[in-house]
Design a protein around this ligand. Sequence first.
Ligand code: SF4
Ligand code: SF4
Length: 425
Amino acid sequence: MSDYREMWEKLGLDLQAHDGLLEILPPLYRETILSQENRPKGMEYFDFVFSEIHGLRVKELVDHRAQGGLVVGTFCTYVPEELIIAAGGICVGLCAGAQVAEEATEQYLPRNLCALIKSSLGFKLAKVCPYIESCDLLVGETTCDGKKKYYEILGQFQPVHVMELPQRKDDVDRALWRSEVRRLAERLEELAGRKIEPESLREAIKVVNEKRRALLRLAELRKSDPPVISGRDALLINQIAFYDDPKRLAEKVNALCDELEERREKGIAIGGAHRPRLLLSGCPMAIPNWKLPAIIETSGALVAMDEMCTGIRYFRHLVSEEAADLEGMLDAIADRYLRIDCAVFTPNRERIEHIKELVGDYSIDAVVYYALQFCDPYTVEAFLISQELEKEGIPFLYLETDYSTEDVGQLSTRVQALVEMLTSG
Ligand code: SF4
Ligand code: SF4
């Protein structure tokens, strides 16, 4: 990595703590990602982006701000990226996939809160995330209780705008959500000092849809059996999609898909003999959280698809491009985002149906449910999902964990038992 120390210092990072973080990432990446054999050449771009995670992309954000542009951080797939882009901004999904500054975090937050929220504050308190420090605005949402109360604390450090997300999908909820989309647009206009024009919003809708189409194309290729891409590489791409430039990302994902199609035709597969195909479902896995996919894929199985916000939930629905005017586009955006089936909704039948659909479409042998400890929406919703899958005879493995590595042995044992059961039949 080039020398970015001056940039990090200007962003207010704690250089010593930041050096410590950067020392941990490369070995972890080598061990979980680069150690895989026969990876497609198209993954080199994503390896490069990761190697520059706190370098080149952050420099792009800094340069963008120097030219008067906005940088807006988000924590959830409900925040419409299109509005941020149309206001001349760059949207960055703020990762929170590692345990950082635990002691300091516990002075603000209870210990029994999900790892994702604690990690998010940990990065802020430890001053080790150049992304959050580059943001003009952080956009939160009233999804789970932990997050919405956390945003009040985060607001003590940086400007935060919270969108009120309804928890049902009736007409009254849609009307509320539509007004929240408008309210975010107004906040962004105020901050950018410019109006969101219909043409810029139309263009932003196209750009984000193109990114989604590319990711959908990759998702289609994950139906291949034998597989042409590992679950770990697919997850890495999805994680990078939250912060990379959307046009460039779409181009690189499409180039990778061209290569994967070619490899499929030539019969070049990832890994050896047939491996059980698992669906990972549950809480998001923010970068660099690869713990469970690495356990699964080194235990003789494949993560064939991820039903989570760092998986297909992020890109499966497009925004309609039919709207004639600005209000119509805001409607289309509100509609698209309200279709997301996060466990914070009730009832949430769509999610159960979607999981069953994925099981069929991706020839899934078993569902592994990834629940972060203390995450009420996902831990509680697991029951209904397991009940439905049981009716269909689909094996279901519930794993509750956090960001520590202490339970790796225990998780491996349970995953291996599942793999053995699936391969011995
Ligand atoms: S799981 Fe729910 S709350 Fe979390 S990022 Fe996804 S949509 Fe947002
Ligand atoms: S993982 Fe669960 S508890 Fe944590 S932020 Fe997401 S919905 Fe909330």
